[in-house]
Design a protein. Sequence first.
Length: 272
Amino acid sequence: MTDLVVRRLLVDMAAPMARHWCAGDPLRTAFFNALSMSFPVGEQFFIDAVRAGHQALPAALQQQYQAEVQGFVGQEATHRRLHALYNQQLDKLGLENRWGPRAQARLQRFDGADPRHPLAVTAANEHFTSILAAWLLQHPDILGREDARLATLWLWHSAEESEHRCTAFDLYRALGGNEAWRLKWFRRVTLFFLVDLLRQTVLNLRRDRTLWRWATWTSAARFLFGQQGLVRCTFRPWRDYLRHDFHPAQHDAQASRQWLLANRAVYTPVSG
């Protein structure tokens, strides 16, 4: 079992946001803004999936997972709330969120489904967020110094994603979820996640009128495929999920623990 602490982040999300808040880089800014646009809908789905999976467990296992599920729900609800405020700032900048409504329509198809299916989808998405989180915690300079508030938000979110990376996966296993469906949903989630992320990032750049700048494309090449680029550093951890003996706990979360320990001044624990 994992002890999950719910934390209140001490940042002001009502303050205006610069158009290129991420190191002054339109590409990186568009990428992280796109991710934020997906979070309120996605995290509500994850909360619902974990709650439903927990309720479907036998009574003895429900008690075993009770504290972890409460911590997971509390952390994800806090992420959802802060990213909803973040997205309000993006609206003021004239950006259009198409990912959120598209995801909402897609996820509604799970209404009334066997709880193992939304749990498998949640576990797959949590794998994506946890490997992205680990990469970002190891390369915090990616976020730049222009907006310390947003850098703190992303690193705090990353630390908690690493922290609760096992919850949905373990519930899926506890409910007897099989490997075939785990891997099938992972492949589907990979396709939808990457396509949606690309589409929203491109839309953000188009609305920002920076899509066809040479500097945008060279930044994309470095950001994704450079020596410490996102794709180069996360491909192997992504592929690990395809192993039949995989468990999220096999991935190291030391960077998460170190960040939470070193940055206790920026959050207040509200439960544990």
